[in-house]
Design a binder for this molecule. Structure first.
Ligand code: ADP
Ligand code: MG
Length: 240
């Protein structure tokens, strides 16, 4: 689904991603972990072209994507993203948030967008909130709207950047449950999170990043219980 080869990204003199190689197969859930500043968000943002790489290749569904030759909006339709801070449209209802892009960007009919939007909101447990405004929702509900909004574009891959980090602890579970359900349905997902329980239970692969490099990749039980690299051991003991 996604292949990254020798990806490099700098901001001025700051070399943030260093020769990243990564493969995400269809229906994989890849969990990216690592200390703050290690480059996790930058990697996700490169994958849906919110940031443009300096070198290396990004292959999405067998297409080598370059900003010069591709319509990046089309790529972003395939690769949905959910952010830590929801980024909902405050002046639109919940249903309006979910139908906006399908209508405006994809050009589907309002009637069809409303039908599909309601189905998605039902699915994330917000079937009674179609017509309210985001300000009336809890953080967990807002994040579930954001997930429904991303799904409304029918992406092939979903990227999550610390989707529960801004939530009060009692609201984290409902968002993780929604993500787990999506994973069980076979959605291909790349998830940056500090929720190690989720990584262990739902992740197919865990990727540990440090200082712009991938230090170690493994299935959760190997990476968490038998890390090979000293860096990984130090990171795990710092968070557990
Ligand atoms: P993480 O998500 O793992 O915390 P980030 O990818 O956000 O890490 O950041 C990696 C490094 O890149 C940090 O040193 C950060 O300050 C820097 N960085 C991220 N975005 C920008 C930007 N737009 N301009 C300059 N530096 C940035
Ligand atoms: Mg980040």
């Amino acid at each position: 689904m996604i292949r990254v080869d020798k990806l490099n990204k700098s901001f001025g003199d700051l070399h943030v991603l260093k020769d990243i190689d990564m493969t995400v197969n269809e229906s994989d859930v890849v969990v990216l972990v690592g200390a703050s500043g290690s480059g996790k968000s930058t990697l996700l943002r490169c994958l849906n072209f919110l940031e443009i790489k300096n070198s290396g290749t990004i292959t999405i569904e067998s297409e080598n994507v370059e900003k010069e030759t591709h319509n990046l909006n089309k790529i972003r339709e395939k690769v949905g993203m959910v952010f830590q801070h929801f980024n909902l449209f405050p002046h639109k209802t919940v249903l309006g948030n979910v139908t906006e892009a399908p209508i405006q960007v994809k050009g589907i009919s309002r009637q069809q967008a409303v039908k599909e939007g309601k189905e998605l909101l039902d699915k994330v447990g917000l079937g009674d909130k179609y017509n309210v405004y985001p300000s009336t929702l809890s953080g967990g509900q807002k994040q579930r709207v954001a997930i429904a909004r991303a799904l409304a574009m029918k992406p092939d891959v979903m990227l999550f950047d610390e989707p529960t980090s801004a939530l009060d602890p009692e609201l984290v579970g409902e968002v993780l449950a929604t993500m787990k359900e999506l994973a069980l349905e076979g959605m291909t997902m790349v998830v940056v999170t500090h929720e190690m329980g989720f990584a262990r239970e739902v992740g197919d692969w865990v990727v540990y990043m440090h200082d712009g490099k991938i230090v170690e990749t493994g299935i959760p039980s190997d990476l968490f219980d038998h890390p090979q690299e000293e860096r990984t051991k130090a990171f795990l003991s710092s968070i557990l």
